[in-house]
Design a protein around this ligand. Structure first.
Ligand SMILES: Nc1nc2c(ncn2[C@@H]2O[C@H](COP(=O)(O)OP(=O)(O)OP(=O)(O)O)[C@@H](O)[C@H]2O)c(=O)[nH]1
Ligand SMILES: [Zn+2]
Length: 205
């Protein structure tokens, strides 16, 4: 694996002073970041999140998705626990990149759902590869995680790399009129575990 540690510093946030660990994927040139709080290398399960980059949701307040809200909720949860790790993975647009995500949004504005839009652009519905997480977790001494996610693929991926997932903790965020269809597609077509959405009802609109 080509992901190497580069540098670490403090990162003060409204949720506490995290340590920010920077990593470089030498194959792709992608720069990943892990925020940790407390001692995560003590062998006990670590409250963790694999957060896929979403510029629009994380930084630009988009209501099309739940990413920004999940990012904040995860950092708050880690802060409340006083210990944890958030891997900020540069997998924008489920791996297709920002400009292709905007192309996908354009197709969604014309009626496609998030999966159909990806497919029309020639991409698989989800192009993310979580193998990049392993060298980062190894560097930090994390072997067991309490994972905050609704996505079973993340759980399976970590287990496949030999990371123990002690617990899956749902990270459900309030619906709004702009993200209803997006959340329904995640539950119906991408297998996300979202309690309030019934899979058979996905994409009836
Ligand atoms: N291609 C594409 N990517 C999207 C779209 N909306 C959000 N994303 C990206 O999806 C990624 C987040 O994935 P989600 O499916 O929302 O959630 P998840 O990470 O699989 O699961 P959770 O751990 O439960 O949050 C981010 O990289 C977003 O940029 C979309 O309509 N099309
Ligand atoms: Zn998003």
């Amino acid at each position: 694996m080509s992901v190497v540690f580069v540098a670490a510093s403090q990162l003060p946030t409204p949720f506490g002073v995290f340590t920010m660990h920077g990593f470089l994927d030498q194959d792709t040139g992608k720069e990943h970041v892990v925020l940790t709080l407390g001692n995560v290398a003590d062998g006990k399960p670590v409250l963790g999140r694999l957060h896929s980059e979403c510029l629009t949701g994380d930084a630009l307040f988009s209501l099309r998705c739940d990413c920004g809200f999940q990012l904040e909720a995860a950092l708050r949860a880690i802060s409340d626990e006083g210990r944890g790790a958030l891997l900020y993975l540069r997998q924008e647009g489920r791996g297709i990149g920002l400009l292709n995500k905007i192309r996908a949004y354009e197709l969604q504005d014309a009626g496609a759902d998030t999966v159909e839009a990806n497919e029309r652009l020639g991409f698989a519905p989800d192009m993310r590869d979580y193998a990049i997480c392993l060298p980062m977790l190894e560097h930090l001494g994390i072997a067991e995680i309490k994972l905050m996610t609704n996505n079973p693929r993340k759980v399976k991926a970590l287990q496949g790399f030999g990371i123990r997932v002690a617990q899956r903790m749902p990270l459900e965020i309030a619906h709004n009129p702009h993200n209803e269809k997006y959340l329904a597609t995640k539950a119906g077509k991408l297998g996300h575990m979202l309690g309030e959405i019934h899979q058979g009802e996905a994409e009836q609109s």
